[in-house]
Design a protein around this ligand. Structure first.
Ligand SMILES: C[S@@+](CC[C@H](N)C(=O)[O-])C[C@H]1O[C@@H](n2cnc3c(N)ncnc32)[C@H](O)[C@@H]1O
Length: 251
């Protein structure tokens, strides 16, 4: 394995919080916004991913032969952990949230957690059999990230994405309106506008107030177009309960 990023965090994590504290935090679940309470958020997502009857649960179907798997924007690795893959597999999660990676390392030390951006993946080309990205692509520079996903996948590799739709963002706006959170309403309108911009011009822009946040929502047509233009084939979009897209690198 070749690691390009010298700053990559591998196995030197230290977690100060006890499991009891984490469980207590998890019971006051907050939605994923920034990294303010990332441990609680990722623990709650791990619970969802591990509960077979939870309608919010969505896990990738890992095809036979996919043994090197990368989860981009993995958080604490909840998707990989809940997928219960054989221990012989090489499982790796990357994220920009150090606290989440530390938590993941503590829960599942066999997974390789690396501090890295989805737009600059510190692995050599053709290394992975599968790249998964569960509701993290909406926070990434999509053009650059798709280039990277394509690069690190081997020629027979498979991509699996779970995305945020326009309908999801509209529902978030309604929720924020109901509780009178006008700041979030403004932000969600930005997410909608960014989604439209991606769809129409393939361009994304940062939230104008503060410039640090980046988020978009996706359309079926937009993501198909982007994946195709990055070389992906056999693009399959499912819009039943979740917005899930699969694609292959090869023909
Ligand atoms: C909504 S959470 C999803 C976490 C996990 N995949 C799941 O399904 O529960 C989005 C994650 O993307 C991560 N993220 C945001 N921007 C990123 C980037 N540029 N590169 C890698 N990860 C990023 C966040 O830190 C966060 O952990």
């Amino acid at each position: 394995m070749e690691v390009r990023n010298k700053n990559a965090v591998r196995d030197d994590f230290e977690v100060s919080t006890s499991r009891k504290d984490l469980e207590a935090k998890a019971s006051r679940i907050v939605p994923c916004r920034g990294t303010a309470d990332s441990e609680a958020y990722h623990l709650s997502e791990l619970r969802i991913a591990s509960s077979e009857n939870d309608p919010r649960r969505i896990l990738p179907l890992v095809p036979p032969g996919c043994e090197r798997i990368l989860d981009v924007g993995c958080g604490a690795g909840q998707t990989l952990i809940a997928s219960k893959l054989p221990s012989s597999h090489f499982l790796c999660g990357i994220d920009i949230d150090r606290a989440a990676l530390q938590l993941g390392h503590r829960i599942a030390p066999s997974i390789h957690f690396v501090l890295a951006r989805g737009e600059s993946i510190p692995f050599r080309a053709n290394f992975f059999d599968m790249v998964i990205c569960r509701v993290a692509l909406p926070y990434l520079r999509i053009d650059t990230a798709l280039d990277e996903f394509y690069r690190v996948l081997n020629p027979a590799g498979v991509l699996w994405l779970a995305l945020h739709s326009f309908a999801h963002t509209v529902a978030e706006i309604r929720k924020s309106l109901r509780v009178g959170n006008l700041k979030d309403v403004v932000f969600r309108f930005y997410v909608l506008a960014n989604g439209l911009s991606l769809y129409a011009t393939n361009r994304q822009f940062r939230f104008p107030f503060g410039q640090r946040r980046l988020e978009s929502c996706q359309t079926t047509r937009g993501i198909r177009k982007s994946l195709h233009s990055h070389g992906f084939r056999q693009i399959n979009v499912s819009r039943s309960r979740h917005f899930v897209v699969t694609a292959t690198k090869g023909p």
